[in-house]
Design a protein around this ligand. Structure first.
Ligand SMILES: Cc1cc2nc3c(=O)[nH]c(=O)nc-3n(C[C@H](O)[C@H](O)[C@H](O)COP(=O)(O)O)c2cc1C
Length: 371
């Protein structure tokens, strides 16, 4: 019996399997509103059979976007556009698929060009905006942010709550706080980006203060039966940054606040890091957080082989695995993983004739076949 394809319960929700489509920015929205690109993207990911599909980092306020193309939940138009897309994606995905959304604020990593337009700081004439962060320190040669004031912090905390309430009203089963990859909440957590001298800087407890204020406020807005989690950094991949022990302190505080799971990622808080990007490179951090805190974890990062994914779940290193690029490469990855692991997978009846058990050509189509 495959563990990857075993169901999993969190809060009041049951996930049909442990495969998660990781949040992936598409940089394709219109002032935060989803459009046809998101429609095809989320319909495709929904049909993949992943037990949970996470919608990309979604800005809680307009200046919390990374680029002009980032998704948002800061306006009624954003809500209406996402409602249409989510309803369509649910219609084509297997019964039991759960939908989650990652709510985020870009902080000093905002006001950027889309990656394919250069990925540099927006220039005058490209409608740049003033960014804010824990401290007035730029990320590389991007915009120098303004140090967030008490007023900014209260507004942003409330914006997280409002976005979470909108996500709940849209029917998402999972709400995830983005506390990783060098965006605003991570900028407060890491000593590499937070050099404040007030109650929000200095000791780990102080650096965690704002993310914890946000987590507590959002917890109030997410009903108990829904799943509330966070993506955090397991390591900053830097000697003076967050390490696993400090990450575990944050994870334990989130658990005590009533969060249901932690997705463990890393990096992104300062440029030029040397990250050993190899198979499953962040899995030990997910395992470390699970071991130290007992909270359910999701592992992510270079998980692409079905047997590798099965081993991560079977060995108890994590409770869920998320794939990003592997699902861009092959949105039918869960079907193929089921085939490799001898598990059953529900496929849409319209596509049954091309499903491996029914299609002799499947053997020819697999890499290496016929050679
Ligand atoms: C196109 C793309 C967009 C991404 N956008 C997000 C995002 O919105 N939020 C996030 O936390 N991570 C984002 N990531 C990171 C992925 O979720 C994932 O952690 C990372 O790609 C490593 O997993 P992989 O090896 O399976 O791709 C993105 C990655 C890609 C490739």
């Amino acid at each position: 019996m495959s563990k990857l394809f075993s169901p999993f319960r969190l809060a009041g929700q049951e996930f049909p399997n442990r495969i998660v489509a990781a949040p992936m920015c598409q940089y394709s929205a219109d002032d935060g509103s989803a459009n046809e690109w998101h429609l095809q993207n989320l319909m495709t990911l929904g049909m993949s059979g992943a037990g949970l599909v996470m919608v990309e980092a979604t800005a809680v306020e307009r200046i919390g976007r990374i680029t002009h193309g980032c998704l948002g939940l800061y306006s009624d138009n954003n809500v209406a556009a996402l409602d249409r897309v989510l309803k369509a994606a649910r219609r084509v995905s297997p019964a039991g698929t759960k939908w989650g959304i990652q709510i985020a604020h870009s902080g000093r990593k905002g006001s950027e060009q889309r990656p394919w337009e250069g990925g540099a700081a927006l220039k005058a004439g490209e409608d740049p905006w003033e960014t804010i962060s824990a401290s007035a320190l730029p990320f590389g040669d991007w915009h120098t942010p303004r140090e967030a004031t008490a007023g900014d912090l209260a507004r942003i905390r409330d914006a997280f709550v409002a976005a979470a309430a909108r996500a709940v009203a849209l029917g998402f089963e999972v709400i995830e706080l983005h506390c990783a990859h060098g965006y605003l909440l991570h900028e407060f957590l890491s000593p590499l980006s937070n050099q404040r001298t007030d109650d929000y800087g200095g000791s780990p407890e102080n650096r965690m203060r704002f993310p914890m204020e946000v987590a507590r406020a959002v917890r109030e807005a997410v009903p108990d039966g829904l799943v509330f989690g966070a993506r955090i950094t397991g390591t900053d991949w830097h000697d003076e940054g967050i390490d696993l022990e400090e990450a575990a302190i944050f994870a334990a505080a989130l658990k005590a606040t009533g969060l249901d799971y932690i997705c463990v990622s890393g990096g992104g808080v300062v440029p030029g890091l040397k990250i050993p990007v190899e198979a499953g490179y962040q899995v030990p951090y997910a395992a470390g957080i699970k071991e130290r805190t007992g909270i359910a974890t999701r592992a992510v990062g270079m998980i692409a082989d079905p047997h590798q994914a099965e081993e991560i779940i079977a060995s108890g290193q994590a409770d869920m695995v998320a794939l990003a690029r592997g699902l861009i490469d092959n949105p039918r990855w869960p079907w193929h993983a089921a085939e490799a692991l001898g598990a059953e997978m529900t496929v849409p009846p319209q596509y049954l004739r091309g499903h491996a058990p029914n299609w002799p050509g499947a053997k020819l189509a697999r890499p290496g076949a016929g050679r």
